[in-house]
Design a protein around this ligand. Structure first.
Ligand SMILES: [Zn+2]
Length: 238
């Protein structure tokens, strides 16, 4: 089943409906409650204290355990991102209308410049999945504390109708689970960023690659696994 906040109408209607057009069926209701739960959990944890590097050494997920984390792009890395998008039942956003419906339903959340990160001018849609936003909030604070600079986000959600012509059909940007980060100028910050992305990849809740055209880090956050991790970490602190 695919994610669908307002009933079975898979094509966006031309005029935004004043109320959700259809009563979701039972199966959808269960799915929506699960998502709402994850979403609320994400929102509730947004102010959570920042993870220390040590606490990023986590109970590793079984699949992550068997491979070496790497920032090099690969088919396997793309497969993992697509698999996680499907497993989280994330739809790809076709256009801005679809984005607005998913924002209303709480499946996508808005982002704006914060104390620890900035969105650069190239971000066309300042929206992401709640867990992706939570990851950015938490990790950027940790990065700021360690490196004294803000993370710069160069891309977030991209709708299918605005994807560049050479974009991969496997891109997970249209789901809102991925973001791109600018490569920091200082070697120290770069090393810190890469080391931590690898640690988090090893932990199994994200996939990161260093891209070269143009240079940036691509990060896809695996929502359910990340929220589980944050929850476990909070429990451990009590
Ligand atoms: Zn990317």
């Amino acid at each position: 089943m695919i994610e669908n906040p307002f009933g079975n109408n898979n094509k966006a209607p031309k005029v935004p409906p004043a109320t959700p057009p259809e009563e979701p069926n039972l199966e959808e209701n269960i799915e929506i409650s699960r998502r709402e739960f994850l979403h609320k959990m994400g929102a509730g944890l947004a102010g959570a204290s920042v993870a220390s590097i040590e606490s990023l050494i986590l109970p590793e997920d079984a699949e992550a355990k068997t491979r070496e984390p790497s920032l090099k792009g690969s088919r396997a890395s793309i497969r993992r991102m697509v698999k996680e998008a499907v497993r989280n039942k994330f739809d790809k956003m076709r256009d801005s209308y679809m984005v607005s419906r998913y924002v209303k339903a709480g499946y996508l959340v808005h982002l704006s410049n914060a104390e620890s990160f900035i969105l650069d001018g190239e971000v066309s849609f300042p929206y992401a999945r709640p867990a992706t936003k939570l990851w950015l909030q938490r990790f950027s604070r940790q990065f700021l504390n360690a490196c004294g600079e803000k993370l710069v986000v160069t891309s977030l959600l991209r709708t299918l109708d605005k994807q560049p012509k050479n974009a991969s059909p496997n891109s997970v940007h249209p789901t809102g689970m991925a973001l791109d980060l600018k490569v920091p100028e200082s070697a120290k910050s770069r090393q810190y960023l890469e080391r931590n992305l690898l640690l988090m990849e090893k932990a199994g809740f994200l996939e990161a690659t260093r891209e070269h055209h143009p240079p940036h880090y691509h990060v896809a956050v695996f929502s359910d696994k990340y929220l589980k991790y944050v929850k476990a970490q909070k429990k451990g602190k009590k």
